[in-house]
Design a binder for this molecule. Structure first.
Ligand code: SF4
Length: 655
């Protein structure tokens, strides 16, 4: 039987296990990526493991999430990251040089490679045939040290594309369509592999918009085969020699097949406040728009901004609406400026932001209260924009620009009819991506003399091995779809403490319950209780580390998001799945006791745990974990586990 593209790349990098769905496999990693909010912990953990040099082919440290330097804390973090990259052998991308996924796509991503990144949108370069997976930072640190990355072999689902996009429909509409059909849980445990005749009608930047937002489906990753488009894209980047032609075998068998006819698509929009609340734009047309932002790692490329620039040429943004363009990379800014498009857009009323995540995580351009913001981003979770009662819609740059011109949500087809002279700008790539590399510092250009740690940078707290007896109260009961943004918000005032865990922990779950952190500290142990899909969203491992620091012992949830569950193991928290009835019956404040000898049960492979509630009734919690994850959990997390292994084998590469 032939292989899928996913199987081929995994096979090439397989170190342990077999490519059987659900089996744990260990793979070698070629490239790693980390960004500033997760990166400080990555390097502190790399240091704590006693590692002294990056072992992967390539590592890149970006500064994109928190680029504004309001006081010394962010600046200290950035300086620490620069010094760590230089000391250990990674590329360093300066604040303002762009969003990690855009810059990585432009500078480093290559077909057939494996990549691990401490950011949930790491799968972006799947659009150019790289198998890229998001993970917690500790997994990235271990991979950089030469250790394997372990993952359950996902199902491989074939998304078969037919046809060609009609006028005004875009790659964003392809992924919004899939989100509307499959929901934010539709890709969990799956790789989405795109094939079919429609693939050749999408350029690489369009493909990377789709693979970027596969994360919102919960997918492990998404990938396209390579072809002439990939060769051409790499040629224009000046990296044509990195192209390899890869794709599935003709007789590859998939776990499932989803058919999408591109010619059936139309402009779509995700309404507040989930990326899968997708409707045709015409269904919500007429709503006043206060703010429009084009940018982010989904639609911040040169090719995403150019259509809006063409639509704005000789026109003005409506007086009711503010329009902001936040390019995904400085290279995109530079090309647009050199070609005169920046001045054209400014003349139309657009304001420019530096190339950063910024507004995507509520850092700058926070919407006014009770207002509508249209964004080309990938997420619109409630409160993510920086204001709790936000009303954020997600759409293509074409829909965003049309709505900025109209001052209200409008389908660009209808605006074109009304204006008479507005045409679909189509899709166009730069002839040559020849932006400056002044903001990239290669490992052999390191400027610091060793690690530089300011006063806001502390050590990584460690947990003791798992106790035999776990007991405590249900510290907090939460609903479905709690995101890592709920657990540790990514706003400027909070995440500037990302390298200072005691301080950062004070904000744990403050968006759900202001008193939680103090209650958890006072209780000195206890459990979190949640519904479905606990921990979806960003990969930030602080969402496991901070509860651990506060004394949380475990999480009882109906289901867990993949990366967050891995982070719970990595920080020694017991993740037990409970059924709907148990979830309904447990109240906040109830006394919870895990009846079994927990350490022994975890190590021995026991799947079912008895949960006694208020010494009154009992339920079952399921532990779905591999033998390796069980050892990590029982040892108190991956850091103590890996250190113990290194001690046993005299400093060998981490496993
Ligand atoms: Fe940055 Fe937003 Fe992309 Fe995350 S989703 S990398 S915060 S632009």
């Amino acid at each position: 039987m032939g292989q899928t593209l996913t199987e081929k790349i995994l096979d090439d990098h397989l170190v342990e296990g077999e490519l059987e769905t659900g089996e744990e496999i260990g793979i070698d990693i070629d490239q790693v990526l980390t960004q500033d909010t997760t990166g400080t912990l990555v390097w502190l953990q790399f240091e704590a493991l006693g590692l002294d040099e990056v072992q992967t082919e390539l590592a890149a440290q970006y500064c994109d999430h928190q680029t504004y330097q309001f006081d010394f804390k962010n600046s200290d973090d950035h300086r620490f990251l620069r010094s760590a990259a230089g000391t250990f052998g990674a590329h360093f991308s300066r604040p303002g040089n762009g969003i990690c996924h855009q810059v990585h796509k432009e500078r480093f991503a290559a077909p057939g490679k494996t990549m691990l990144g401490s950011d949930s949108h790491t799968p972006t370069p799947g659009g150019m045939g790289e198998l890229a997976i998001g993970s917690g930072g500790l997994d990235v640190a271990v991979a950089m040290g030469g250790g394997q990355y372990y993952i359950e072999m996902p199902e491989v689902v074939n998304v078969r594309l037919e046809g060609e996009l009609p006028d005004w429909a875009t790659a964003k509409d392809v992924i919004l369509h899939l989100l509307g059909e499959l929901s934010v849980k539709g890709g969990v445990g799956k790789v989405l592999e795109y094939t079919g005749p429609g693939v050749e009608n999408l350029s690489v930047p369009e493909r990377t918009t789709i693979t970027n937002m596969g994360t919102e489906l919960g997918a492990t990753t998404s990938i396209f085969p390579t072809d002439d488009h990939t060769q051409e894209f790499l040629d224009r980047l000046g990296r044509g020699d990195e192209h390899v032609e890869i794709g599935p075998d003709d007789d590859a068998e998939y776990d499932d097949v989803i058919e999408v006819d591109l010619s059936d698509l139309e402009p779509l929009i995700a309404t507040p406040s989930m990326p899968d609340n997708v409707v045709p734009v015409r269904e919500v047309a007429g709503e006043d728009v206060d703010q429009v932002i084009i940018g982010s790692c989904t639609n911040g490329a040169y090719e995403d901004i150019l259509p809006g620039a063409k639509m704005l040429e000789g026109r003005e943004v409506d007086k009711r609406t503010e329009m902001i363009v936040a390019p995904g990379s400085k290279q995109a800014s530079e090309l647009l400026a050199r070609e005169g498009w920046t001045a054209e857009m400014m003349a139309a009323g657009v304001n420019f932001s530096e190339a950063t995540c910024g507004a995507c995580i509520g850092i700058g351009h926070v919407p006014a209260s009770d207002s509508v913001s249209l964004r080309t981003f990938n997420r619109n979770f409630e409160g993510r924009s920086g204001i709790e009662d936000d009303s954020v819609y997600l759409c293509s740059p074409e829909v965003a620009t049309a709505s900025a011109l109209a001052g209200e949500i409008v389908d660009p087809r209808d605006l074109a009819d009304e204006l008479g002279d507005l045409e679909d700008p189509g899709f166009e790539m730069a002839d040559k991506y020849d932006g400056s590399t002044a903001d990239l510092i290669a490992p052999d250009e390191a400027v610091d003399d060793g690690l530089v740690k300011g006063p806001n940078i502390g050590d990584v707290p460690l947990k003791d091995p798992l106790d035999a007896h776990l007991q405590g109260s249900a510290l907090l009961k939460m609903d479905d779809n709690i995101t890592t943004d709920h657990i540790i918000p990514a706003t400027q005032d909070i995440l500037m403490y990302r390298s200072n865990i005691p301080k950062l922990s004070e904000f744990t779950l403050s968006r759900v319950d202001d008193d939680f952190a103090q209650r958890a500290l006072d209780a000195d142990g206890g459990f979190l209780v949640a519904g479905e899909n606990y921990g979806q969203g960003s990969s930030r491992e602080h969402a496991a580390l901070c509860p651990m620091y506060l004394g949380v012992e475990g999480v009882l949830a109906q289901s867990f998001a993949r990366i967050h569950k891995a982070n719970l193991f990595n920080f020694g928290l017991l993740p037990l799945e409970i059924d709907e009835d148990t979830y309904a019956d447990i109240e906040q404040g109830d006394d919870i006791e895990i009846v079994d000898d927990v350490e022994e049960a975890v190590r021995s492979g026991q799947d079912e745990f008895t949960i006694r509630v208020n010494d009154d009734w009992e339920a079952t919690g399921q532990l779905d974990a591999s033998a390796r994850e069980r050892e990590i959990l029982a040892d108190g997390g991956k850091l103590p586990h890996t250190k113990a292994q290194q001690d046993d084998s005299s400093g060998a590469a981490p496993a």
